[in-house]
Ligand binder design. Structure first.
Ligand code: HEM
Ligand code: HEM
Length: 169
């Protein structure tokens, strides 16, 4: 297992990055599907399961990033701010959904069939409202920011800075 260095991200950092990138692609896919056709709302149980796992991974990834901060490739202020915003949204989006879930009296939360959280005995208005107001909006913002992040990574790579090699190869 390779550690983070100033020239490249190490094994665990890469695993977090690419596994979670796939996870977010899945979240985008499910949301796009049911916005296209309400019948795909049947995907909600997978959306919730993967989203819950992404929340746990985001928290672990943040701890890992903080612990390895001084060893990692350093970037421009813009790159640092962009990554910080991605972290904030990777936590806030599923957290807002979990707060709504905790305040909802409709369904228990099951993650791939495993019981995680019982429904509230009665609806807690502010929690449901917070999720309704923020979960979807912040999620679309996260996808826009991630798209910008990918475009910037490709631009730097083409210009010869080879930053994708830090996260791949
Ligand atoms: C990082 C993880 C997550 C991402 C990126 C994400 C993304 C999204 C997106 C883009 C939508 C569609 C919003 C719209 O149609 O305008 C959505 C809706 C929804 N998500 Fe998530 N989600 C995540 C985690 C979760 C979790 C953990 C839960 C529940 C435990 C959840 C429950 C829901 C529900 C119930 C809806 C439909 C109501 C609404 O639009 O707010 N999501 N999500
Ligand atoms: C094809 C998709 C992607 C590519 C090519 C890509 C590329 C990269 C590269 C090259 C870096 C290192 C940048 C540097 O050191 O300056 C990086 C870091 C990072 N990327 Fe991505 N990325 C992709 C998808 C995503 C997605 C979907 C997210 C989150 C939603 C994300 C979040 C991050 C974060 C937070 C960092 C900072 C390092 C870390 O803590 O992991 N990336 N990415």
């Amino acid at each position: 297992m390779q550690p983070d260095t100033s020239a490249r991200y190490g094994t665990l950092s890469r695993c977090f990055h690419w596994i979670m990138a796939l996870g977010f692609l899945f979240m985008l896919g499910t949301a796009a599907a049911w916005n296209y056709d309400e019948a795909y709302f049947s995907l909600m149980k997978y959306h919730k399961s993967v989203g819950f796992i992404l929340l746990i991974l985001a928290a672990l990834r943040l701890l890992w990033a903080v612990a390895n901060h001084s060893r990692r490739p350093s970037g421009t202020l813009m790159a640092k701010l962009g990554h910080a915003a991605l972290y904030l949204l990777m936590l806030a989006v599923p957290a807002a959904a979990m707060i709504r879930q905790a305040g909802s009296d409709k369904h228990d939360l099951q993650v791939f069939g495993i019981h995680i959280m019982s429904k509230a005995p009665e609806k807690i208005e502010w929690m449901v409202e917070l999720g309704n107001q923020w979960h979807g909006k912040l999620a679309w913002l996260l996808f826009i920011l991630a798209a910008g992040h990918i475009v910037m990574a490709v631009i730097h790579q083409i210009k010869g800075e080879k930053i994708i090699n830090r996260m791949a190869r």
